[in-house]
Design a protein around this ligand. Structure first.
Ligand code: DOR
Ligand code: ZN
Length: 352
């Protein structure tokens, strides 16, 4: 495959990390995702959060009813629960029986709607024990929240203070280090010893493959490029692109597309989150193409995610074409509007 390639056929990808919110705005987010992806891991950080199987089932029913009314067939939401200090071990057994895909660990205060998150991971040890036993993955927002830790160091410190001790205590627990942003995280996941088992993986977003932290400040503050974990230096972007395109099965696609209304982003305390669902696959293709590695896009986008979650790979094929797509300067988001990633610019690749 050469760098001048203009078309690529892939098994249809899935999005292993997605926020679609709830209510009216969910419809707009769902439509964009379902155009490209067959399945998505749906994040549980609603307000109030999705902490129980009953809440997840009710959320799933609302998603399915929206899919129906949008006339979308063939898109499957994979539901998750929000881990708290008070999650009960029994709830994990139920979750497993009811087809819940994973639990999400938000350190309390780390990001949007994380106030109900975990204050001390030790309080969750009984729950983690059951998760390890039944093979329920733990999806980790990997940042410490202590205000003394510099925001650009929070992920690297999390590895030493939380993740490594956690993996020592639960060597067989399946963990996804979500939306990694640093070379420390890329190296940690790449080199982690797992006794031959598939117990650690990482998702990577399109914004962290395509931008460094300069993008938040280019010509003035750019709230639409602000997400958490925040964009890092160029050396980190290069390390992420390197592992994403390396053909290593521990790294796979998770957009972390996280819609916030325009006014909530463009404010004195703007929310964290980039809305990439509009053409996420085009963004990933651009990133892989930039290093001549389009031939590695399919395994990253379509194979390694389902393999990690022990789900079947998709069978339908899609085609991406190197044809610039204009990204609108804003798009509807319920009663409000949303400014997508790359608003008013173009993305080099798009779905045919
Ligand atoms: O930028 C982010 N936005 N990071 C997260 O971890 C959460 C997300 C959201 O829900 O808006
Ligand atoms: Zn997220």
């Amino acid at each position: 495959m050469s760098n001048s390639q203009t078309q690529i056929e892939l098994i249809q990808p899935d999005d292993w990390h997605l926020h679609i919110r709830d209510g009216d705005v969910m419809r707009d987010a769902l439509g964009d995702t379902a155009r490209q992806f067959a399945r998505a891991i749906i994040m549980p950080n609603l307000n109030p959060p999705v902490t129980t199987v009953d809440l997840a089932k009710a959320y799933q029913a609302r998603i399915e009813s929206n899919l129906k009314s949008l006339g979308i067939n063939g898109f499957t939401p994979l539901m998750t629960l929000y881990l708290t200090d008070n999650t009960l071990a029994d709830e994990i057994q139920r979750a497993k029986a009811e087809g819940i895909a994973a639990l999400k660990l938000y350190p309390a205060g780390a990001t949007t709607n994380s106030d109900a998150g975990v204050n001390d991971i030790k309080r969750c040890y009984q729950v983690l024990e059951v998760m390890q036993q039944v093979g329920m993955p733990l999806l980790v927002h990997g940042e410490v929240t202590h205000p003394d830790v510099d925001i650009f160091d929070r992920e690297a410190v999390f590895i030493d203070q939380v993740l490594e001790p956690l993996r020592k205590d639960f060597p067989e627990l399946k963990i996804v280090f979500e939306h990694i942003t640093t070379k420390q995280a890329a190296q940690y996941v790449r080199d982690a010893s797992t006794s031959g088992k598939n117990t650690i993986a990482a998702t990577i977003t399109p914004q962290h493959l395509l931008m460094n932290r300069n993008a938040i400040f280019a010509g003035g503050i750019r709230p639409h490029n602000y997400c958490l974990p925040v964009l890092k230096r160029e050396e980190h972007r290069i390390a992420l692109l390197e592992v994403a395109t390396s053909g290593n099965l521990r790294f796979f696609l998770g957009t972390d597309s996280a819609p916030h209304a325009k006014g909530a982003k463009e404010s004195a305390r703007g929310c964290a989150g980039c809305y990439s669902a509009f053409n996420a696959l085009g963004l990933y293709a651009e990133a892989f193409d930039s290093v001549g590695k389009l031939n590695r896009l399919e395994t990253f986008a379509s194979f390694y995610g389902p393999d990690f979650y022990s789900l079947p790979r998709n069978t339908k094929k899609i085609t991406l074409t190197k044809k610039a797509q204009n990204i609108p300067s804003e798009q509807p988001f319920g009663d409000a509007t949303i400014v997508p990633l790359r608003a008013g610019e173009t993305i080099a690749w798009s779905l045919s």
